[in-house]
Write a protein that binds this ligand. Structure first.
Ligand code: 26Q
Length: 859
């Protein structure tokens, strides 16, 4: 059944080499070969027959079969990147929310159809196998998913690139909803074996932690600082292929796992101290154990700092090793690598690269600093002041003593410059300093990132403007030329093609090909179709199919029956007060009150669908989840409502659940307080799938509205400027409560215990927060929001015009492809160029041609 690889000497090889003939079971693309390869993996890799195989075994065998077909391209790509002159973009991120790999690899390789047929011929349903893959949830939300979309676009644009991060053993927790509350379950995503990664133990890297530093003089009498760590851990790389769409590029996502260093362990072990040896091993491995489940609120824990340093140091050492393999020294490091800092989480890398260049490679400080600044660029993802990362100096001193010295030196030299430029401006010096002196002395990571980078960017036009005016204002005045806007984007491969194959087929059919997947700016060609009745019917039918599928999922996962003809009103995102899920709940209660007051009121039936996780320690966010479910419990069963309003909380929102949800939405809720959401990316996924937006002028909503047209967008609420002015004038939420009866009724009901009769005090913290602080101005925006929702309902009654608006939304989202975003980063920030990968020995017309793999003999 299998074609075992056979070793044979080859005249084409060097005298020390042999070659291995890899037969076409590893590469062949015919249905028959795919079936054989699949069966081969099942038997020889997993030791299963079709009698003993589980569904998971079938998934694993198929994944290996598909991975085999990526490997030539992957190896070729990595070879090409070793050539000097091909600048490699290194995207450093503490989070990568990749989503499932199998389906994505199939479409990128163009193998979806043959594999589907091969599975069918084996009596298996491909879609079922795809569903078995555990979502690799190595991120919290927007920032982690952005990193994944960027990797997809980098590979599709054929840019040499690596993602570097942490291989968390436990990703974002699995969320269950019990009695309306969020319950967190550990995410054991590695329980099944992971066929998408390859461990490369031989490329492990040692990481120092703790201890102290000593001044020494080297052989040449040069002054050198040596870091004597109190412990070391080993970073073991695990590589995952990142294929481009229908090209030969396969980039790498390299994630580091922490292991105990052997020597260290043996000391205790050999001394007979087995307990100590074991506990040290566990302590080391803790570093990559679990993802911190915080989103937009940093947790200043020692282990988190160790995580950051661990993956950044390993990644930088990896780059230096690669560099020195083909260059005599590190003088041109910045010409070979562009490093992007995904928020401040990897920013300790600025000091670490200095340490590696100066301490370990003997470079002079000034030259090293020039290289550093030319290499790094920093993306900011937040405007919330409480979200800016700060680390106590005391903690740095204990965990990273040498890094602290370097941070001090960077700061010293920088402030000397500032003093020359702005003599006597003490206030400016204090604000620009990396070290915050008042309160607990701490390190401001955003300042380090700004000082150590040649480019600083926000993630949407408004966000970048606000950064320049407020959060990073002093740095902007110092270096205006360093500031860029890079409006976020999302990959159309996952968020249109994979999520919505029905819509994709319509596009390809009408455009005559699938070029649009590389270039969304081709879609506006279809705009005249809004006047074609058949096209509009087809559009509505696709939406209906997606809604029915979601309705079925909702029934299976929540037990709630929803009407797929109702308006699907969706808010899926992390739960945070600034995102104002509570405002949406207040709207639901408002509609409910109208129905209670007049059970025969004419209303457009709506299904309110929520999804998203709350940080486990975020009390208010968890209470908002509970309230949403409590309101749902009452509304869903009230006979006066007669099913015209339903409230659903989808448990465990994730990338794969997103793929089901976005295509099924009629309405996208993007209702953050203006000036608080840096960009948003879910907003783009909804729009691409034909949902209309009800939203504020915040983040990328502004640009979405510009693109789709204001007549196709439901705008409401205060602008960022008005929010600032309202606060400056002394905002009093109680004024709104006192003067708006519908609003007062809603708040009184939440306060009264109507939604939790057994526990009438339960929701009081929400009411108190609304009436006393209302930091996010829900009361100020309440009426505008209710009015906007009334306009939505009115518009939905006219299905013909709603469908037109839906179509125009989807066709006008070209700007929000991450291909556009990445092209901008490449030309304006990274100076990175495409490197097309040639597979000389690969003829797409003869995919079964055998491949010759050289085998190097050990001496
Ligand atoms: C930091 C330190 C310690 C522990 C956790 C953290 C931490 C982790 C994740 C801090 C922040 C995050 C995530 C932030 C995030 O997702 N921001 C979102 O980024 C998106 C992509 O740019 C934007 O679209 C969103 O507007 C922004 O909220």
């Amino acid at each position: 059944m299998t074609n075992a690889a056979s070793l044979e000497p080859s005249s084409a090889m060097s005298s020390s080499g042999a070659s291995i003939r890899v037969e076409d079971d590893r590469t062949g693309l015919s249905i028959e070969t795919l079936r054989r390869a699949f069966a081969d993996h099942l038997f020889f890799l997993l030791g299963k027959t079709d009698r003993s195989a589980t569904a998971a075994d079938y998934y694993t065998s198929l994944s290996y079969t598909v991975r085999d077909r990526l490997l030539r391209r992957w190896m070729k790509t990595q070879e090409a990147y070793r050539n000097p002159g091909n600048k490699v973009v290194c995207y450093l991120s503490a989070e990568f929310l990749m989503g499932r790999h199998l389906g994505n690899s199939l479409i990128n390789l163009g193998l979806h159809k043959p594999v589907q047929e091969a599975m069918e011929a084996s009596g298996l349903e491909l879609d079922d196998l795809i569903e078995i893959e555990r979502d690799p949830g190595l991120g919290n939300g927007g920032l982690g998913r952005l990193a994944a979309c960027f990797l997809d676009s980098l590979a599709t644009l054929q840019i040499p690139a690596m993602g570097y991060g942490i291989r968390y053993e436990f990703g974002i927790f699995h969320q269950m909803i019990q009695n309306g509350w969020q319950v967190e379950i550990p995410d054991q995503w590695l329980k099944l074996q992971n066929p998408w990664e390859i461990m490369r133990r031989e490329e492990s890297i040692e990481i120092k932690l703790g201890g102290h530093t000593e001044s020494q003089h080297d052989e040449k009498g040069q002054h050198r600082v040596v870091w004597i760590p109190s412990r070391t851990v080993v970073a073991v790389p695990y590589d995952t292929p990142v294929p481009g769409y229908r090209n030969n590029t396969v980039n790498t996502l390299r994630l580091w796992k922490a292991e105990a260093s052997n020597e260290f362990n043996f000391d205790a072990f050999n001394a007979g101290n087995y307990d100590r040896a074991v506990s040290d091993k566990l302590t080391s491995e803790n570093i990559s154990k679990v993802l911190y489940p915080n989103d937009n609120t940093p947790q200043g824990r020692e282990l988190r700092l160790e995580q950051q340093y661990f993956f950044v140091s390993a990644s930088l050492q990896d780059m230096i090793r690669r560099h020195l393999a083909v260059h005599p020294n590190l003088d041109n490091f910045h010409e070979q690598f562009a490093i992007q800092l995904n928020d401040t989480h990897p920013t300790v890398g600025v000091a670490e690269l200095m340490r590696l260049l100066v301490d370990e490679h003997g470079m002079y400080w000034d030259q090293a600093w020039t290289i550093c600044q030319k290499t790094f660029a920093y993306t900011n993802h937040t405007l919330l002041p409480e979200a800016l990362e700060r680390w106590p100096v005391e903690l740095f001193e204990r965990v990273l003593p040498r890094i602290l010295e370097i941070v001090y030196e960077i700061n010293h030299q920088f402030l000397e410059q500032v003093a020359k430029w702005y003599p006597g401006d003490e206030g400016l010096m204090r604000r620009l300093s990396i070290i915050q002196e008042d309160g607990e002395k701490s390190i401001r990571m955003a300042n380090l990132a700004c000082i150590g980078s040649h480019a600083i960017n926000g993630v949407a036009a408004l966000h970048t403007e606000l950064l320049k005016q407020s959060t990073l204002r002093d740095f902007y005045q110092l270096w205006p030329e360093k500031f860029f806007n890079k409006t976020n984007g999302v990959t159309p491969r996952r968020w249109i093609l994979l999520s919505n194959p029905e819509l994709s087929e319509l596009y390809s059919e009408k455009l005559g090909n699938d070029d649009w997947l590389h270039d969304l700016s081709l879609l506006p060609q279809l705009e005249p179709q809004v006047n074609d009745g058949a096209f509009c019917d087809r559009w509505r039918a696709i939406k209906q199919t997606k809604k029915q599928a979601l309705a079925e999922y909702i029934l299976n996962h929540t037990g709630i029956e929803v009407d797929s003809n109702s308006l699907f009103d969706v808010q899926v995102k992390r739960i945070h007060e600034y995102k104002r899920q509570l405002l949406a709940v207040m709207e639901i209660i408002t509609l409910y009150n109208r129905l209670k007051a007049n059970p025969n009121a004419e209303i457009v039936p709506r299904t309110f669908i929520f999804g998203g996780k709350a940080a486990p320690g975020y009390f208010m966010a968890k209470l908002i989840i509970k309230l949403t479910n409590a309101v749902g419990a009452l509304v869903n069963c009230d006979p006066d409502v007669r099913g015209r309003i339903k409230v659903v909380y989808l448990p465990n929102f994730s990338v794969s659940l997103g793929q089901r949800v976005y295509p099924a939405a009629d309405l996208s809720e993007q209702i953050s307080t203006a000036g608080k959401e840096a960009s948003g990316t879910g907003n783009m996924k909804f729009s691409m799938n034909g949902a209309l937006t009800v939203g504020t002028l915040d983040g990328a909503n502004i640009e979405i509205r510009e693109e789709v047209g204001e007549e196709n967008f439901f705008l409401f609420g205060l602008t960022a400027q008005e929010v600032a002015d309202t606060k400056a004038a002394g905002y009093r939420p109680r004024d709104y409560y006192d003067t708006n009866t519908a609003l007062r009724q809603v708040i009184d009901q939440i306060d009264s215990g109507l939604f939790c009769p057994g526990e009438p005090e339960l929701f009081k913290p929400l009411v108190e927060s609304l009436l006393n602080e209302d930091t996010y101005l829900l009361l100020a925006d309440y009426q505008a929001y209710v009015d906007a929702q009334d306009r939505v309902s009115e518009a939905y009654k006219d299905q013909t015009s709603w469908t037109k608006m839906s179509i125009l939304n989807a066709l006008r989202t070209a700007k929000f492809s991450s291909d556009r975003t990445i092209a901008e980063y490449c030309s304006e920030i990274w100076d990175a160029k495409a490197v097309p990968i040639e597979l000389q020995d690969y003829n797409p017309d003869r995919p079964n041609a055998p491949l010759r793999v050289p085998i190097r003999r050990a001496n």
